[in-house]
Design a protein. Structure first.
Length: 179
């Protein structure tokens, strides 16, 4: 599927392939209140967020994002599973997980972002393998909005290289690293 900008609302997504180039809107791909599986999600050169998903239950086999003006992936109020993600040149966060979301992330590689992974506002991010390079902050867990609590990250294996701060955490959040 090729497009410049797409919004999917109230959709069943079944084994779709996305190839998005030069997104110039707030989100190059926006999925709202939908469910299903995406085989491949490839986003190249986004003006702001490359991928934004809200109120959805989505499983993704593979994500590749290069050059996002803001977040490479922004997830909120849903349940998300990602098998593999390669995220390069994210203007802000490589992955932002918020507003009571759960993320099951098997493998991620991040190169060049302000923050590698942020989990906030009653969200839980479970990560098996992460390689995060050239960031200000590798992992961040915090409370941003008063109607929620803190965020949590459980990570089994992380390699973080060339960073200013490995963990950024407030007093109501948790980051648990097992390696």
């Amino acid at each position: 599927y090729e497009s410049i900008f797409d919004t999917f609302k109230h959709q069943k997504i079944d084994n779709i392939y996305f190839d998005i180039l030069d997104g110039y809107c707030e989100d190059s791909l926006n999925i709202v209140n939908s469910f299903g599986n995406i085989k491949l999600l490839n986003v190249q050169s986004s003006y702001a967020d490359a991928i934004d998903m809200d109120f959805s239950k989505i499983d993704i086999d593979k994500i590749s994002v290069n050059n996002a003006g803001n977040d490479c992936i922004d997830l909120s109020s849903g349940k998300y599973k990602i098998l593999s993600a390669l995220l390069n040149n994210c203007g802000d966060k490589a992955i932002s997980v918020g507003e009571k979301s759960t993320l099951d992330l098997k493998s991620i590689t991040v190169n060049n972002a302000k923050t590698g992974l942020a989990s906030k506002d009653s969200s839980l991010s479970e990560v098996d393998e992460a390689i995060i390079e050239n960031v200000e902050i590798c992992l961040s867990a915090y409370n941003k909005k008063q109607e929620f609590f803190g965020g949590q990250i459980n990570i089994k294996n992380i390699k973080c290289r060339n960073f200013n701060q490995k963990k950024n955490i407030d007093d109501v959040s948790k980051i648990i690293m097992n390696n």
